[in-house]
Design a protein around this ligand. Structure first.
Ligand code: FE
Ligand code: FE
Ligand code: ZN
Length: 281
């Protein structure tokens, strides 16, 4: 089955987001748990969550992906910033159990801000060890990054080094962003198989739980992180179609984070992908 969706707003609630997903041909979606710049989350509304559950059953939505605020930095040199990241992660993971158990929660690993990647890897792992709970049903995903500024997680080795240090590692996986790994220097246009082989030998493909499907405004290894609409960037539609049809990836959920898109724009990209997908008639 092709599990495909995009980033959607939950400003009008979860049931409304599910309705939006259905209206554009999506059977999954990603959302920010709270303002992407951080701050307080809106209290959960039990009536909305009940309506959400009904909508999901109606529309066949079996998978959702939450995204942490991208300003969180568990590897900050400032204690209060590290504490804020821990509190937000813990609170988001608790909320996920109420929104929909058994789902995915994605975060950017962090930035070392001059302290070096090794120190950052330790701090990120410490934060995750503090917030992961044995009884949680949510899988926390570390997103592969473009390597902009002092971002940690540009290389598969850095992601693997974080996971190695996590005690409850059965609750941890990886979200692969096609724009980010391309910008990070992994050439998925010339050698997708080779990149996935490297992912498998360094992290393990069994850790891979979601794909962010984006084109990139910049050439491979640019370390920029500027997303582009599918087929309008340097990766190109052919390589992105190869990603959704790859036997090692085809069962994963795919999420568009393509820029300047309204619902009609996303609907169009989803239609293009369904057309190109081997198992959709
Ligand atoms: Fe992200
Ligand atoms: Fe992403
Ligand atoms: Zn990005």
């Amino acid at each position: 089955m092709f599990t495909i969706g995009c980033h959607l707003s939950i400003a009008k609630g979860f049931a409304a987001a599910a309705r939006d997903a259905g209206s554009i041909g999506a059977n999954t979606f990603q959302f920010f748990t709270r303002n992407p710049r951080g701050g307080k989350a809106k209290p959960l509304d039990p009536a909305d969550l009940e309506a959400f559950s009904e909508k999901r059953a109606q529309l066949g939505i079996e998978r959702i992906l939450a995204h942490a605020p991208y300003t969180l930095n568990p590897a900050s040199s400032k204690l209060e910033t590290r504490d804020f990241a821990r509190q937000t992660l813990a609170s988001d993971l608790e909320r996920m159990e109420q929104i929909m158990p058994g789902q995915l929660y994605n975060m950017h690993p962090g930035a070392h801000v001059g302290q070096g990647a090794d120190a950052a890897i330790e701090m990120i792992a410490d934060a995750l060890n503090a917030v992961l709970a044995p009884e949680q049903t949510t899988v926390l995903l570390l997103e592969t990054m473009a390597g902009k500024g002092s971002e940690v997680g540009r290389t598969f080795e850095e992601i693997a080094a974080i996971i190695e240090r996590i005690e409850l590692d059965e609750h941890v996986g990886v979200c692969l962003d096609t724009c980010h790994i391309w910008d990070g220097g992994y050439d998925i246009v010339a050698d997708l198989d080779g990149v996935l082989d490297r992912f498998d030998s360094i992290i393990g493909l069994n850790r891979l739980r979601a794909i962010h499907l984006n084109d990139s405004k910049n050439p491979c290894a640019a370390h920029k992180d500027r997303h582009e609409k599918l087929g309008e960037g340097c990766i190109g539609l052919e390589a992105l179609v190869a990603v959704v049809n790859h036997p090692a990836l085809e069962d994963l959920p795919f999420y568009l984070e393509t820029p300047h898109n309204d619902l009609a724009g996303y609907a169009n990209e989803i239609a293009v992908l369904k057309e190109a997908r081997n198992d959709v008639q």
